[in-house]
Design a protein around this ligand. Structure first.
Ligand code: FRU
Length: 500
């Protein structure tokens, strides 16, 4: 039977969700039906469709007792809203249904595995949560929490594991018929570890091993892990809290880390060889992946930064959005990301300019808009080299978001200082790109409230939220010195979108 908490959430989203006009949301990025969204959850294939759940607090634009919101899609672009899937309505999850994942069971049902949070107290009276892992089974819309919950708790932790920080199970099924889950945990040194568990039925779990440990090197607690084979390697993704910067690779606060290595189940387990940030922009956290039937590993993330969740438009009725789903690959020890190829089917009118000499700031005919897919390539003009190159987007007399490339330093910088957010938060981020003899290629996706940049065919990605008024739709190009520029711009068309 449906609990009151879930019924209330569904009534609430039915009543208020439809009041948000489509053009006040992104055209192709997922937003919550109403209220607050954080991590993507349960990103998976179910009965031939892609399902996405998300951390959800429908009743305000702030984080609160966590529910799971739900959408599904066939093409990663058009998302159908489904009713809220989970509410914090059981003793073991009263303080929240935290992040988790989903699988299709062999009998055709859909299973969700999530972290149930119970509120407790420290001996000196402070609030302290206890986290356990729970499951719910359903038909793709309605889910029943099982009576065996919680299916994993403090008893199942390795010796130095914390019950306070034990969360975010990412579940998958292997060919041997067993289910595996990676879960974030805090260890005695105060920093994170990723634990691997195995089960034949998702109810009784056994601890297999610790896959990797932070050892206070990359932030503290490791949240939201994912683990999968890709291009002959194994990839472990995690989102560390409390990072301190390392050069331009990792920034302060909540970061994301991609560990690439080899996995030998019968021997040492996972041995990491390469470590990098996953996204180099201002807004990206808690990514999760799925495997498509045609073998593509697709990642989606929360396009937001915990440190800046207070910076939002006054009274906004939705807050939080996902990134574009991205196709992943591993090449030369690096993670490559490109927008899902399905995006190309939304491409409408195309404007191309080639070999345009740029020095000073120029507009190019037909290049403007806030919902588009644009690739900009810049190179030196023969002998002459440029010192810097800027693309300004979402621009009018008052606003702009700047993407600046400096070949001598091999840095790309995003600057949204003048994007219209009236809050004193971090607005710029720079990162190292690989020098290519002065040539630089940037694929830039705009979608009303965001800018996502894919550098040099996916070598790096950088995502940033903006809240610039939609009328600010100019785009300009500018070089310090002289540069040659190619621009290929497609407007993107979706049923609900009349913009370009
Ligand atoms: C990451 C996170 C998860 C947790 C969820 C709670 O953003 O902190 O670790 O499950 O958000 O909403």
């Amino acid at each position: 039977m449906m609990s009151k908490a879930l019924r209330d959430a569904r009534d609430f989203e039915n009543q208020y969700g439809p009041h948000i006009p489509d053009n006040e949301r992104p055209a192709y990025h997922v937003t919550p039906t109403i209220g607050w969204m954080n991590d993507p959850n349960g990103f998976s294939v179910y009965k031939g469709e892609y399902h996405l759940f998300y951390q959800y607090h429908p009743y305000s634009n702030e984080w609160g007792p966590m529910h799971w919101g739900h959408v599904k899609t066939r093409d990663f672009l058009h998302w159908e809203r489904l009713p809220a899937a989970l509410a914090p309505d059981a003793d073991y999850d009263r303080a929240g249904c935290f992040s988790g994942s989903a699988v299709e069971l062999p009998d055709g049902r859909q299973l969700l595995m999530y972290t149930g949070v119970q509120r407790g107290h420290t001996p000196d009276g402070f609030i302290q949560d206890v986290q356990t892992q729970c499951i719910a089974v359903g038909d793709g819309v309605d889910f029943e929490k099982t009576e065996e919950n919680p299916v994993l708790d403090g008893k199942d932790l390795p010796q130095d594991g914390s019950t306070v920080d034990f969360r975010d199970p990412k579940l998958w099924r292997e060919d041997d018929g067993n289910y595996y889950a990676v879960i974030g945990n805090r260890t005695a040194d105060g920093s994170g570890a990723i634990l691997l568990y195995r089960s034949s039925d998702c109810k009784k779990w056994e601890f297999v091993r610790t896959l990797d440990r932070c050892c206070n090197q990359y932030g503290k607690m490791w949240e939201c892990p994912d683990f999968f084979p890709l291009d002959g390697k194994h990839v472990l993704l995690t989102s560390p809290q409390e990072m301190t910067p390392v050069g331009l690779e990792f920034h302060a606060g909540n970061g994301t880390v991609c560990l690439i290595g080899d996995y030998v189940p019968q021997k040492k387990g996972f041995s990491r060889q390469f470590v990098q940030a996953i996204d180099y922009g201002l807004d990206f956290y808690a990514p999760q992946t799925l495997l498509t039937p045609d073998g593509r590993r697709i990642m989606i993330a929360w396009m937001q930064n915990w440190s800046t969740v207070g910076a939002k438009p006054y009274h906004c009725r939705w807050f939080g959005q996902t990134t574009i789903p991205r196709e992943l690959s591993v090449r030369d020890g690096r993670l490559y990301q490109n927008p899902v190829r399905e995006l190309e089917s939304a491409r409408g009118q195309c404007v191309i300019h080639r070999n345009i000499p740029v020095s000073g700031e120029v507009n190019l005919p037909g290049i403007q808009g806030r919902v588009l897919d644009m690739t900009v390539t810049v190179r030196p003009t023969g002998e002459e080299r440029y010192r810097w190159f800027r693309v300004r987007v979402a621009k009018d007399g008052e606003h702009e978001t700047i993407i600046r490339y400096r070949p001598s330093q091999s840095t790309l910088k995003i600057d949204r200082t003048r994007s219209g957010l009236p809050h004193d938060i971090v607005h710029t981020r720079s990162f190292l790109v690989r020098p290519r003899d002065g040539e630089m290629k940037m694929r830039i996706l705009l979608d009303r409230y965001s800018v996502e940049i894919f550098v040099n065919d996916g070598e790096q990605a950088a995502s940033t939220v903006i809240y610039t008024p939609q009328e600010a739709d100019a785009i300009t190009f500018e070089a310090g010195g002289a540069a040659l520029v190619d621009v290929e711009k497609y407007e993107l068309r979706f049923d609900d979108s009349e913009e370009s």
